[in-house]
Design a protein around this ligand. Sequence first.
Ligand code: GLY
Length: 414
Amino acid sequence: MKFLVIGSGGREHCIAWKLLQDGSAKEVYVAPGNGGIALEYRIPLDPFDFESIANACIEKKIDAVIIGPEAPLVAGIVDYLTEKKIPTFGPTRHAAMLEGSKLYAKQIMGKYAVPTASYCEFKGRDKILSHIKSIKNFPIVIKLDGLAAGKGVCVATNRDEATKFIFENCSDDTDVFIEDYIEGEEASVLGICDGDTVLPFIAAQDHKRAFDGDQGPNTGGMGAYAPAPVITKDRLERVYNEILTPIVKGMKNEGYPFKGILYAGIIVKGDEIKVLEFNARFGDPEAQVLLPLLKNKLGALFESSINGSLKNFNLEFLPYHAITVVMASGGYPGSYEKGKIITGLDNLSPDILIFHAGTTQKDGHLITSGGRVLNVTACAESLLIARNKVYEEIKKINFDGAFYRKDIAHRALA
Ligand code: GLY
């Protein structure tokens, strides 16, 4: 089969790699792709230019399109391509609102009794500011309703922080809400859905803060590992029964069946499991640790989601552990320089997987072109072995200003 993957991050490189590695695909194109994709398979297309994407599918005789990031999903790429009879993996525009509108997700969770923090919503800066004046107990969590590229959530530890976030992010018509702060350990549980059935993946854990010890600003994710032991077999069953299944049934009942990846960002404390957020696509960098452990052919899994036949699919994972560490540009997630030459990738052990993100080729060199640059990934029979392997190898890779967290998987290995 021939696939087209939409996106340019480590997640999309990993999807393309897996489709080729497991024999699902003869050819995989990526639009726009990154420096990890062979030039003849990169298509320089804007993920929002649906018409050009449909034309490229016809020209390249693409059998199925896989959508990586959330923004084109929320903009309706699946609806558009499906209308053109091009099989496409991912939720429709309305189903993707589970990620595109955090208030919509809250309403659906309320209606279908899915456990989440209680909240109150506001329209506009003045209303939320006057409410914040009356709050006595911090921290509180402030969330902007729409997509905000990872910058729409603030955990405010005092009134000044809350006020600053609101002044910086809210205008007179911003939809925003405050929810209770929940303590606990976070995990990402993804399920693949076909509108009726949901099959849960093993759990992963991301590391969102920039620096060791979970310090510093929030990022898109600085590393991940799977399986995450905080999600025991019992807890995974509860996530399936209490979260994923009610949402998939609920979305069907609403008239918007959910197909694609339903990503539940959850928090666990003792017997309590609650949803922090939903995403409507693979996590990045979670995909980079989940897909290398997938036993099934990824192409067949995508096909079963698109065709509505997941009920008969036996989803299986290898009994190994995977870890990925993100190498980032100095200054990320703030401003950073691009164009730094990357060296050392030729000297790595053959069992290390490199998924590119912010890289491109120029004048015969591989150079940096983004904040998150590379995902250095290892799999092994234990998490400790995988962790040691990845940190041994990552030292061989260099670019000016590079940094990475040294403590990925610290909770599982503590
Ligand atoms: N790793 C977090 C996300 O993909 O949203």
